[in-house]
Design a protein around this ligand. Structure first.
Ligand code: IMP
Length: 421
């Protein structure tokens, strides 16, 4: 996997939280360019390496390879408060420099009113989504409505006028009491800090392709949170899969050599929405505790479920995934049996995932293949054939069902706790 990076994308083939930060941090060691293409500060990518432990939201997880160019594409909802006040500070403390960062001037800014609107909307929703409250949905809504302020607006001479107009509109429409002077001072400060990083990122990516550079696209969230293909309305507001790369960089998938679909060895979901394989009882508590299933951004407990191969296979096909990364296999050690969902039934009849439809998925009963578990601690294992036989069979079953090879198996949280196949 690492030797032939070429143009590679890491895409969540689940509801997110699969450990992308850690895989990206690892693969980024071989990359010339690492690019984020979607999501905003709702994203929580945890990186645990020799510099320390970091929770990144906007910053690409490749930033620890100081030789690589790190790119934030125009499809990212740019929360400068998170990037500057939190993430730059985390990196500064650890003496990691981010001089190779480039941010596309066309990124839409997450403004204070977006965060306020996120909260209000959620309060008045009949079916609560469980948003992270980071203002991501309203930021994308304004982009689509063509009223979003972009980074290039922030850096232009008439920013104060544009800000005043928009802030007054937001105050009037939503009854906010946002103070223009205060917001202006805050964003003028951000403008000074980010100005050196504002660069046309399409040029960087297209030139990189032309020069045959190793490029790594860092997905955020997972396919089933995609605004179109996910379990609508319990989704985020951006294109989380391969299509998001196209939208951010005008780059069609035929330029991408490897699309790695990443999932945990089990499923989790944070926020609301259906998950047919949800686990209840003591197994639920064991997975939450062993897997530290608490959201990086929201601090909420994630609901665990058995691995849903029916969904996984769909996400693999739609996103042209040609390799699978399975993380946290070690968390399943100790169970006498582990379930794999290999299909659904509604009222006794076979069915499948209907793209974009949470209502239908809610009615689905999982059909399980019950696999014998394994007891051994696998965190020190570095070769597939040294895994307990039942753990090997679990991985082989994923491969057989999806038709795609598992090339990365996470057996612990550290960079080196991995089996590469
Ligand atoms: P929003 O994107 O903050 O509006 O949240 C919409 C839904 O997506 C909620 O269910 C969130 O919990 C979920 N979500 C958003 N970002 C992430 C993520 O990075 N990991 C997992 N779930 C997420």
């Amino acid at each position: 996997m690492k030797k032939n990076l070429g143009v590679t994308a890491v895409i969540g083939v689940d509801w997110g939280d699969s450990g992308k930060g850690r895989l990206i941090d690892d693969l980024a060691q071989e990359a010339d360019i690492v690019a984020r293409y979607s999501g905003g500060s709702n994203t929580g990518h945890t990186v645990n390496n020799s510099y320390g432990k970091f929770a990144l939201h906007i910053m690409p997880s490749g930033i620890f390879n100081t030789e690589a160019t790190c790119v934030i594409g125009r499809g990212v909802a740019l929360d400068l408060e998170s990037l500057i006040e939190d993430e730059f500070e985390q990196l500064k403390k650890a003496k990691v420099n981010w001089k190779n960062l480039s941010i596309d001037p066309q990124c839409t800014l997450t403004m204070p009113w977006h965060k306020l609107r996120d909260g209000i909307r959620e309060k008045f929703r009949r079916a609560k989504i469980g948003t992270t409250g980071r203002g991501v949905g309203p930021t994308y809504a304004d982009r689509v409505e063509r009223i979003g302020l972009r980074l290039q607006d922030l850096l232009a001479a008439d920013f104060a006028q544009k800000l005043k107009l928009e802030l007054n509109y937001q105050n009037k429409t939503f009854g906010f009491k946002l103070n223009f002077e205060k917001v202006l001072v805050q964003f003028n400060r951000y403008a000074k800090i980010v100005k050196p990083y504002a660069k046309n990122t399409l040029d960087i990516i297209h030139m990189g392709i032309y020069e045959k550079k190793n490029i790594l696209f860092e997905g955020a969230q997972g396919w089933f949170l995609d605004i179109d293909g996910g379990t609508y309305p319990f989704v985020t507001s951006s294109n989380t899969g391969t299509v998001g790369i196209w939208r951010s960089f005008d780059l069609t998938p035929n330029y991408i050599n490897n699309i790695i679909g990443i999932t945990k060895a089990y499923t989790t979901r944070v926020g609301n929405g259906p998950m047919p394989t949800a686990i209840s009882g003591p197994e639920r508590d064991i997975i939450i505790e062993k897997g530290h299933e608490v959201g990086t951004t929201s601090g909420r407990t994630r609901d665990p479920g058995w691995l849903d191969l029916a969904l996984l296979k769909y996400a693999v096909q739609v996103n042209l995934v040609n390799q699978i990364a399975v993380t946290k296999l070690d968390v399943l050690s100790g169970f006498t049996k582990v379930n794999l969902c290999i299909g659904y039934k509604i009222n006794g009849k076979d069915t499948w995932y209907k793209s974009g439809d949470a209502q239908e998925l809610k009615k689905c009963e999982p059909v399980y293949k019950i696999m014998p578990g394994w007891k051994e601690d696998i965190s020190k294992v570095r070769q597939f054939k040294k895994l307990p036989k039942n753990a090997q069979n679990y991985i082989k079953e994923i491969e057989a069902y999806t038709g795609v090879k598992v090339t990365f198996i996470g057996v612990g949280p550290k960079r080196e706790e991995v089996i590469y196949a």
